[in-house]
Design a protein. Structure first.
Lengths: 753, 81, 159
């Protein structure tokens, strides 16, 4: 059956090899075009004016002087972005975030924008815009925002998920509860109970490429947008909706993307660029500065989490709870809810209860960061798991193995698991040579495990056979890290031809049906599945062509190793027809040969990982360095192992930065103090060791090749792995991330006192 | 007859019930019947839901058939990064 | 607007002239006036290295150099790294060792790596890591980048 998603075990010829990627040459020569790398004749430069206040009423915006400045072609405010959202709450939030309406809600909130003939003129114009603000009390801390006297961020938000429905608005946007069993009884039955509270600070995805786009809208309602994004179809839908344009009349082309990690799944200034272009009737190029990226895009939540775990002396967990408070920025989100879902996902628990509070603060609108919300919850849970194991004198890995979820376990978020990889990754970690390596002076070791969902989603693929038998594979999922190579391997595998005969392209929104964005570790999984089905469709066509050429029934034709073969003794005189032969003959057998697939890839399964980490702490300064790191993760089937390893290593590095150094620092006025790479310190080359990887392959039963999504899970364990390593070397339990030198020093001093 | 369990905020939309019995052959049918029994469920659908069938999570494929006796969970819609 | 300054310089071995404002950076000139978009702006403040070029053989962040400072000097960018259709061994090794994922930092890393190997043909792992500490990568965790540079150093020493 062509569209059968069931995994079928097979020997692979192409999948699993490591050929060079097709877009490599362009990227090492500087030819590849990213968001800011295109220019249009007559283009204007767009710049955005942003609120310097964390919370303020916008009493008046006077743009008259700016509009009169020579060289300025358009000035816009929220008046140029009327509300067309028709009651769609999420869309209205996006609209208000793109351009403030009556209030500025965070330091960096857009209040106006200009388009001018060059950057110096645009900068001058911004300075000429007079905004009259009335400052309001603000709140930036998640726990402070929940206090009864906290300033109210959004008067239109009433807490969801509580009964009865509340009468007054609140900064608590949503309460979500998950779990099963009876935690009270479970705690009563425990021999030992450990309770601890944790805080994690806000971090940003930190992609090196700032947001950038080139927008062009004509008075006829037709427009084009070149943009760096993880989902050009999603951006098209949102921009069209906000601007009152028809979807088919807005063509969005995704540039190469210089990193996203979830931060480019949401529009930030793109609707503003389109609105400027429409008003000026000229193309507008809008590039965000690094300062704007930190202040005005979508970092992840800062959190405050309480954990309680009860255990019997024999090592079985009897009950576990988590209270998770996540800030969503100034607009409601699902972030605490996701934290509540993932907290105990690695474990087989009879009694578990997690409650998530999504809280509003005067900070930018939180968006996804690679396995969103899971790293913070995992930090809190996995740190406590180590404490519990220590209390009963059990080895931390053995303790986890004893309580690990497996096939048939009821997950803490509800459904029962099918075949999963947590047990195998833990066993592999236990056996790994890293665990037996000798530790040096001032060094400690920690491990942790992590979980994340995988998604499928709407996917559309075209596979066209060229006149010479080479294959053009056209997909709509943005390639964030090497997927074109993997998808070409998959097409080559199905068709039975060499990898080099396949060329994979990411196309624009005018050339293919809807494709969901590249998030949720779905790029290779979904487009891979769609490529398989498109190839199988093409094979059906190829068999027809061979049958027509030989004038035999189609049922007697099979496709093997890139050739059509007439099966049966009576056809032994018929020589096989290759893809090249059939392509050459195609004008006379029915025209162009192609295969198409449009699917909703779903039922993707889940992904688990275990990490081991060695750190060294300077006894004088508490500066902490990672000296050895191992990632063990289940990939189902590694299509191109180099790029699977790359995902493991990249996620681990981001987690290490999050654990040790990265944080948003706000002052008393709610202004972000470190919106740049100097003071927002991400890991550099000299901070890290080589990152070892072990790819496990437990096939996903719902993918023809067993593929699981791999991109996100590797960011989940590092925070706790490092926290546990710090506990090992310094004898202190760190409860505040990042675990920067001042915090470590303080913890050690307090411990000694 | 399927036992449909609710997770998280969906429990509140089902008047606090942990599960209900519904007769349905596909996810689409299931959701239709659910809204009939609990009109408040429409809000949740608009916000975004996912359906877990025997442990596999489906966000969009509403034509997916639900086997007899399958474990069905209604979850909030999850997003990745 | 003040009249611009005429600058005469050599870029990737080609004699080049351009006019720019005094306040324009070399990066802005390369990208917006000369169409050389291989050098990237990641931060504009010299913290990420995505704009790395060499100026008279010295590794610099072009976002911290003024366009007018290129007068009479030699600028080398990523566009000049390959010799016609022959890739520099760094470029081929980056592809071979999968030392890039999104690729935005890659031009900067190649320029910085070449600057390292030009002055130190046999660097230790630590020397490589510290030489490249001025280039940020958010995708790879640097593992495969260091391996690619090591492999190139070995290849070049063999020649």
């Amino acid at each position: 059956m062509a569209n059968d998603t069931k995994f079928r075990n097979r020997k692979f010829k192409s999948v699993g090899t490591r050929p060079p990627r097709p877009d490599g040459l362009d990227k090492v020569t500087g030819r590849a075009k990213y968001g800011a790398d295109t220019f249009a004749p007559g283009q204007l430069i767009g710049l955005v004016l942003r609120s310097p206040h964390a919370h303020a009423e916008i009493k008046r915006i006077d743009t008259s002087k700016a509009a009169k400045l020579n060289g300025v072609k358009a000035v816009i405010t929220s008046e140029d972005l009327p509300d067309l959202t028709n009651g769609d709450r999420d869309l209205y939030d996006t609209l208000e975030n793109c351009m403030a309406r009556d209030r500025a809600l965070y330091d960096g909130h857009a209040v106006a924008a200009v388009a001018a003939i060059d950057a110096p003129t645009a900068r001058k114009a911004l300075k000429l815009i007079r905004v009259t603000y009335k400052r309001l009390p603000h709140v930036t801390d998640v726990d402070d925002a929940m206090k009864p006297d906290a300033p109210l961020v959004q008067p239109r938000v009433y807490t969801r998920g509580v009964s009865p429905k509340p009468e007054s608005p609140s900064n608590v946007a949503k309460v979500s509860e998950f779990g099963h069993g009876d935690v009270e009884a479970g705690f009563k039955a425990a021999d030992v109970i450990v309770e601890k509270s944790y805080k994690t600070e806000q971090v940003h995805q930190g992609y090196i490429e700032p947001h950038a786009c080139l927008a062009s809208v004509g008075p006829d309602g037709h427009g084009e947008l070149w943009v760096t994004t993880q989902g050009h179809f999603i951006y098209r839908n949102t921009c069209a909706a906000l601007l009152g344009m028809e979807v088919a009349k807005l063509k969005v082309t995704s540039s190469e993307i210089g990193g996203g990690f979830g931060g480019k799944t949401h529009v930030w200034m793109e609707p503003v660029a389109l609105a400027l272009s429409r008003k000026a009737n000229r193309p507008v190029k809008l590039e965000m500065t690094r300062d704007e990226v930190f202040r005005s895009t979508g970092p992840t939540s800062s959190t405050s989490i309480d954990i309680k775990i009860g255990v019997k002396k024999d090592g079985r967990i009897t009950a576990a709870t988590a209270d998770l408070r996540y800030q969503d920025g100034a607009f409601p989100g699902i972030w605490a809810m996701l934290g509540a879902m993932t907290s105990y996902a690695c474990y087989d628990l009879k009694n578990v209860k997690t409650v998530g509070y999504d809280v509003l603060v005067n900070r930018p609108k939180v968006t996804a960061y690679r396995a969103p919300s899971a790293p913070m919850a995992a930090f809190a849970v996995e740190s406590t798991i180590d404490e519990v194991a220590a209390e009963i004198g059990m080895d931390p890995i053995d303790f986890r193995i004893k309580n690990a979820a497996k096939e048939g376990t009821k997950s803490s978020y509800g459904p029962t698991y099918g075949p999963i990889g947590i047990g195998p990754t833990l066993t592999a970690a236990k056996k790994h040579p890293h665990m037996r390596a000798k530790l040096g002076k001032n060094q400690g070791r920690g491990m942790a495990c992590g979980f994340w969902f995988n998604f499928g989603g709407e996917t559309c693929t075209d596979l066209n056979i060229g006149a010479d038998g080479t294959v053009t594979l056209t997909v709509g999922t943005v390639d964030v890290g090497g997927a074109r190579a993997s998808l070409s391997l998959i097409a080559a595998e199905e068709l039975g031809i060499p990898y080099e005969r396949v060329k994979c392209n990411i196309t624009d929104t005018a050339s293919l049906g809807h494709n969901d964005m590249t998030d949720g570790s779905r790029g290779t999984f979904s487009s891979g599945m769609s490529t398989i089905f498109a190839a199988r469709n093409a094979i059906e066509d190829l068999r027809q062509r061979a049958a027509a050429t030989w004038e035999i029934p189609v049922k007697d034709v099979v496709w093997e190793d890139g050739k059509a073969i007439a099966k049966g003794k009576k056809y032994r005189k018929l020589k096989p027809l290759s893809l090249d032969d059939l392509a050459a003959a195609s004008p006379n057998t029915g025209g162009p040969i192609a295969g198409h697939s449009q699917i909703v890839a779903d039922g993707a399964g889940v992904s688990f990982a275990s990490h081991i980490c060695d750190i060294e702490v300077d006894p004088e300064t508490s500066a902490t360095k990672v000296v050895r790191y191992t990632v063990i993760q289940d990939a189902g089937k590694a299509v191109h192992p180099d790029y699977v390893e790359g995902q493991f290593q990249g996620g681990a590095a981001q987690g290490i930065g999050w654990a040790l150094n990265e944080e948003y620092i706000y002052d008393r006025n709610g202004r972000l103090q470190n919106p740049g790479f100097l003071d927002y310190r991400v890991p550099v080359c000299s901070d890290l060791p080589f990152i070892d990887t072990q790819i496990l392959e437990i096939p996903n039963p719902n993918h023809p090749y067993g593929i699981r999504g791999v991109g996100e899970t590797s960011i989940v364990p590092p925070l706790a792995a490092i926290g546990n390593a710090l506990s090992d070397v310094a004898g202190v339990r760190m409860t505040h991330v990042p675990m920067s030198p001042p915090r470590i020093r303080k913890a050690i001093k307090e411990n000694q006192a | 007859m399927l036992k449909v369990c609710f997770s998280g905020p969906l429990k509140a939309a089902a008047d606090g019930a942990a599960s209900v019995l519904i007769s349905a052959a596909t996810i689409r049918e299931l959701l239709r019947e659910l809204v009939k029994q609990y009109p408040g469920m429409q809000n949740q659908l608009d916000d975004g839901i996912a359906v877990s069938v025997n442990g596999q999570i489906f966000r969009d494929k509403w034509s997916e058939e639900i086997p007899e006796g399958a474990e069905v969970f209604l979850l909030p819609r999850i997003q990745g990064g | 607007m003040m009249a611009g300054t005429l600058v005469s310089t050599m870029i990737n071995g080609d004699q080049t002239e351009f006019v720019c404002q005094a306040s324009e950076t070399l990066l802005e000139v390369l990208r917006n006036r000369l169409g050389l978009t291989g050098s990237k702006e990641g931060c504009g403040t010299g913290d990420c290295g995505a704009c790395s070029v060499t100026l008279d053989g010295r590794l610099v962040c072009s976002c911290l150099v003024l366009g007018v400072e290129a007068q009479g000097r030699k600028v080398n960018t990523i566009e000049g790294l390959a010799d016609g259709d022959i890739l520099h061994p760094l470029q081929s090794n980056f592809i071979k060792h999968a030392a890039l994922q999104c690729g935005i930092c890659t031009p900067g890393f190649l320029i910085a790596s070449k600057a390292l190997l030009d002055r130190n043909p046999n660097p230790t792992d630590e020397e490589i890591r510290f030489a490249l500490a001025g280039n940020l990568c958010r995708c790879t965790g640097y593992d495969k980048i260091v391996r690619a540079v090591k492999a190139t150093a070995k290849d070049l020493r063999k020649k």
